[in-house]
Ligand binder design. Sequence first.
Ligand code: 7TS
Length: 412
Amino acid sequence: MEKIIDARKIREDFPILKVRPYGKSLIYFDNAATTQKPESVIKAIDDYYSGMNANVYRSAHYLSGVATNAYEEARNRVAKFINAGSENTIIFTRNATESINLVAYTWAMDNINEGDEIILTVAEHHSNILPWQMVADRKGAKLRYVYLNEDSRLDMASYKDMLNSRVKLVAVQHVSNVLGIINPVEEITEMAHKVGAKVLIDGAQSVPHMRVDVRKIGCDFFAFSGHKMMGPMGIGILYVKKELLNSVPPFLRGGEMIDEVYEDRATFAVPPLKFEAGTPNVEGAVGLSAAIEYIEGIGLDNIHSHEAELTQYALEKMREIDFVDIYGPRDMRDRGGVISFNVADIHPHDVSTILDQDGIAIRSGHHCALPLMRYLDVPATCRASFYIYNDMDEVDVFIDSLKNVRKWFKWS
Ligand code: 7TS
């Protein structure tokens, strides 16, 4: 049977995958932290600096026009990629973290008041917890958490019970960076809207791996990062629903985001420029646009099935090792390519260091999800996360290496 994705061939597009740690083939299983970049993205950035660089919007010369067009084309491509409906709903930020903070410091500070409630889930990344703690502290609002059921999925019944007219915001991740669960964001949004709450979706771990349609989800805000989808670091995206755009106040203030400035006051440009103060990351936007083109060339449905196949294969093999504990749902339904696990009696950092000797890059630690670690009652976990350039042969090497981990400590 012909493979949907030939990872071996795809690897040739990624110069960094030729790096040989300690003389071994590099097996890069840390894709939830950041993904590697294909040649086309690196070239797009090179082309930008070699033939287009100038500051955007402000100058009437040729290069400024070229750079502005490249920046706006990137915005257009992002809008189409997530079916935003209009490029004006796409705000460029530095990363998902900044996108979420933008909403917290602007819309939330204006619209969340004493006694109001914000619903989060216990599995959120710190980026989707700390901004809401700040809002709750400053405004006297209350944070409420949805926990997980026995299958490590969101307890939707308790979410339903939590909804009431005091809830002003539901902020939830689309896909967990620890458990790999894909949350039912359409249903979550619909339920929140019925009580008049707004919804922010943290899509940092979904957009790179599956088809995302922000208008189908119906959410009010959607945040993600370019670097987790083969784009450069330092470029993030915030989608704001069209109906809300004009009512959200500006975030940072300064150049590029104004209409008129007087000594004592200013008026602002129309969105999205109103939210992009200062010289933007044009190089980042151009690189991100090339990354989207690369993803579209492979197809998000193909990417999703490839990762599901790899995850299922890895889970089956890992379950055969009796000293490995796996966190997250048992079946593959609504599950992304992230596997968190622990090796009995061995600290995750030691596991990660031993696998590294075989050229395997995984992450160990709390994954910026300390409330979830406490909920799971573990100090940390190991995590393998897959992408299009990974294949089953790499999973086999990983499994062999994992089987040997305890031998280092002479425990088996
Ligand atoms: N939300 C989720 C679900 C994430 O996984 C991450 C990063 C972020 C937000 C923040 O993204 P940033 O680009 O603003 O940093 N997650 C991880 C991770 O799992 N390991 O390193 C970063």
